[in-house]
Design a protein around this ligand. Structure first.
Ligand code: NAD
Ligand code: TDX
Length: 334
């Protein structure tokens, strides 16, 4: 099977490529990636010539048409992905997430190729801390940030192309991922690499916001379950019952790195900061038989800390610039 992976030089797409080479000996992979600031192709160093890498924008209709025309399946990870950046400059988010997805869908329609669209639970907005509800496939869309609004728009484009043009597509909306090869701008790698470089972790607001953490390999195994056994035109939510508040995550990182649990700072909150995300993954578990392998968040986090400690060469080059960007907007609260 020939698979075109968009955004395969990023965090989740890169892990998808690495894992698929082991779990799926029958696949031949081509990656299309623009290699934005978020890409780090060093993660793919070990794949040699088993993967073809194409440096291009998914909004480039000619390149996309040619690549889609010679594949059996497109798994679409490419996106601009960091909420904080979308609050400073939303333009690249509209370009990659909306125009890029539209460009892919038009090629999919022309060539009749199977499409799987990767999306996020942020399209549903947020939940109160004391709300017993979790997001399901029936939850109405209510995105908060420019990032999540463009992801919601991209999901709706896919749904319309299924209904109006009959393309063979599925969609998954996953909760917050953690694991190796995640950019140091994101919460968990930022705090781990802060401690490793002697900087105190930074918690937005009151630190009580909740995210539903899932290991990136569990996410990617669920993606394959949907590609193999999912119903065309359907949406599946991916989550691993990992609800944890941000302060607990930071305290655990500090403890696992041998630091006092209170050695962190509170900083200015993110504007419009979503309070809580929580996924009900019943459909994925009961209909497709998927179960997560990483059920203990603390040990998954410990393994992730080990990975960042053992691979400084992968992240050191981007750390200073990332912190300089944060430094221009955030202030330590008294
Ligand atoms: P990432 O930022 O680490 O990687 C994104 C990749 O897409 C980068 O390699 C970048 O170069 C590439 N890219 C960006 N714009 C492009 C363009 N116009 N053309 C081609 N390539 C382009 O992101 P990630 O965390 O790996 O997220 C991957 C996907 O998963 C995204 O669609 C995101 O919305 C979704 N998602 C992420 C999470 C999470 O917790 N990280 C959770 C749920 C869903
Ligand atoms: O330094 C920080 N301090 C802090 O308290 C950073 C970077 C974040 N936070 C908070 C904000 C969130 O409540 O931690 C939480 C997680 O933040 P991010 O890693 O920026 O993730 P989030 O905004 O939840 O979005 C992520 O999950 C869904 C991904 O970045 C998205 O791409 C994905 O769709």
């Amino acid at each position: 099977m020939r698979v075109l992976v968009t955004g395969g030089a990023g965090f989740i797409g890169g892990n998808f490529v690495l894992r698929s080479l082991t779990t799926r000996p029958d696949v031949e992979i081509t990656v299309i990636d623009k290699f934005t600031y978020a890409a780090n192709p060093a993660g793919l160093d070990s794949v040699g010539d088993r993967v073809e890498l194409v440096k291009a924008d998914i909004a480039d209709a000619d390149v996309v048409d040619e690549l889609v025309g010679k594949t059996d399946l497109v798994v679409h990870f490419a996106a601009d992905t960091h909420n904080d950046n979308s609050l400073i400059d939303p333009a690249p988010f509209v370009h990659a997430n909306l125009i890029g997805t539209f460009t892919l869908l038009e090629a999919i329609r022309r060539h009749g190729v199977r499409f799987h669209h990767i999306s996020t639970d942020e399209v549903y907005g947020d939940l109160e801390l004391d709300d017993p509800a979790r997001f399901t496939e029936a939850t109405p869309y209510n995105p908060s940030s420019p990032y999540s609004a463009t992801k919601a728009g991209s999901d709706l484009l896919v749904r319309a192309w299924v209904r109006s043009f009959g393309i063979a597509a599925t969609i998954s909306n996953c909760s917050n991922n953690y694991g190796p090869y995640q950019h140091v701008e994101k919460f968990i790698p930022r705090q781990i690499t802060n401690v490793l470089t002697g900087v105190r972790p930074r918690l937005y607001g009151d630190g009580r916001n909740v995210r539903d953490w899932i290991h990136v390999d569990d996410h990617n195994d669920a993606v394959w379950a949907i590609i193999d056994r999912g119903e065309i035109g359907e949406t599946y939510l991916i989550g691993a019952d990992g609800e944890t508040d941000n302060r607990t995550v930071v305290e655990t990182v500090l403890e696992l790195l041998g630091q006092p649990a209170d050695a962190f700072d509170f900083v200015t909150d993110r504007p419009g900061h979503d309070r809580r995300y929580a996924i009900d993954p019943t459909r994925l578990r009961t209909e497709l038989g998927w179960t997560p392998r990483y059920v203990d968040f603390r040990s998954g986090l410990a393994a992730t800390i080990d990975w960042y400690r053992d691979n400084p060469g992968w992240w050191e080059g981007t750390k200073a610039a990332t912190e300089a960007r944060y430094g221009s907007t955030e202030k330590i609260l008294p």
